[in-house]
Design a protein around this ligand. Structure first.
Ligand SMILES: Nc1ncnc2c1ncn2[C@@H]1O[C@H](COP(=O)(O)OP(=O)(O)O)[C@@H](O)[C@H]1O
Ligand SMILES: [Mg+2]
Length: 370
């Protein structure tokens, strides 16, 4: 009767979401109570950490040690992002109910029963004094699922419409779609590469982490023979549920396909890689959401004007960023991990079995108490 009021009775609980995806660009963080103001922060990876994380994407010597060191550096960067969010909001750590921290994927191999998102969640809890929920994907894989994508449930919750089908395309390093049916039916999977190959080519030939706005690609010419060769990939034929990562779409994959195109100007390769991302996304949308009214793009790909234009040309329907639905494309995935943390705290499932292929709904994540 006289139980002490918790802060939740005065303020709605706040959650922090931290996302660092396959692009290896940095940490996107948000703090939100879901129906109030939103604070956002971005902490880019230092080049040294990016190089360590990149090296961990394939098998090399002394991986366990190198993984632990990189995970510690990552957790410190996560803590820095949390510090920025608290400072921006002018609140204390004890106001935040939990942090949902995705971690950094270094392997994704659901067929062999594992996926690995490195992090040091215990260190993050120690540094921030906030409960940390981590390791969101393993339980879905344990239940026979892909462990990915996990964002469609959140996309449905915030972007679904009862009046028609909508598609949300998240274009990070890898691209995934959520097809949000008017009835609440959701379908989703990784369509293939997002920015990962374009970034690789831009960094090799421009020395920049990405092709800003796709301007370089826009000045080149798409090579149809190379485009056909890139599209001739078994992954695109596989039925959903399916998910992918740098394990497949990596420099080796690209190099093999470029071997007959040595004479092609680098700028034309970039134009073709951009067309490739657009086409593989459009093929998936045409196949699984032919009736969609519009496509809403989130993730860094929404900032690539050339890619957005190509996608719109492919589909012949409106392609806009999720800003049109009220959420910045840069914030969607981080909010999704704040939402997944909230689902964990309420002991509610976070996966959609129809999307991941898991045997059933599962509570996702593991708690590292403050
Ligand atoms: N202004 C821009 N122009 C072109 N591409 C951009 C721009 N801003 C971001 N990107 C792309 O988006 C990527 C980051 O997207 P993000 O959604 O964070 O992906 P991930 O979740 O894989 O980290 C960058 O690596 C880059 O390729
Ligand atoms: Mg990112």
């Amino acid at each position: 009767m006289n139980s002490a009021p918790s802060y939740t009775s005065v303020f709605p609980p706040l959650y922090i979401g931290l996302m660092s995806g396959t692009s290896l660009d940095g940490v996107d963080g948000v703090m939100t109570a879901f129906d109030g103001p939103l604070h956002a922060a971005y902490v880019p990876f230092p080049d040294t950490l990016r190089a360590k994380l990149m090296a961990l994407q394939q098998s090399e010597s002394d991986e366990i040690h190198r993984e632990a060191i990189a995970a510690g550096e990552l957790a410190r960067l996560y803590a820095e992002c949390v510090g920025q969010l608290l400072a921006a909001a002018g609140i204390e750590a004890n106001r935040v109910r939990a942090i949902g921290a995705h971690g950094q994927t270094i392997r994704h191999n659901p067929a062999q029963g594992y996926t690995r998102q490195i992090n040091q969640p215990a260190l993050l809890a120690e540094l921030t004094g906030i409960d940390v929920i981590a390791d969101f994907r393993s339980r879905d894989i344990a239940a026979g699922g892909q462990g990915a994508p996990l964002v469609p449930a959140f996309h449905q919750a915030v972007f679904g419409s009862p009046t028609g089908t909508r598609v949300v395309a998240n274009i990070g390093g890898i691209a995934n779609i959520s097809v949000l049916g008017a009835t609440g039916r959701v379908l989703g999977y990784d369509t293939g590469p997002g920015n990962v190959l374009m970034d690789l080519w831009a960094s090799r030939h421009l020395g920049t982490p990405c092709d800003l706005n796709g301007d370089w690609a826009a000045s080149g010419k798409v090579n149809q023979a190379l485009l056909a060769k890139l599209l001739d990939e078994r992954y695109f034929m596989l039925p959903a549920p399916k998910s992918t990562g740098r394990d497949l779409f990596n420099p080796r994959w690209l190099q093999t396909r470029l071997s007959d195109f040595g004479a092609l100007a680098p700028v034309d390769v970039q134009a073709t890689l951009t067309a490739f991302t657009a086409r593989s996304l459009a093929d998936a949308i045409r196949r699984d959401a032919p009736d969609t009214e519009a496509v809403y793009v989130c993730g860094g790909g929404a900032l690539n004007g050339c890619l957005m234009k190509r996608l719109q040309e492919e589909l012949g329907k409106p392609v806009q960023s999720t800003e049109a639905l009220g959420i910045s494309p840069n914030h969607v995935e981080a909010i999704a991990f704040a939402w997944l943390a909230a689902r964990f705290c309420e002991r509610l499932p976070g996966n959609l079995p129809a999307v991941t292929g898991a045997r059933g709904p599962r509570i996702l994540g593991a708690l590292y108490p403050a």
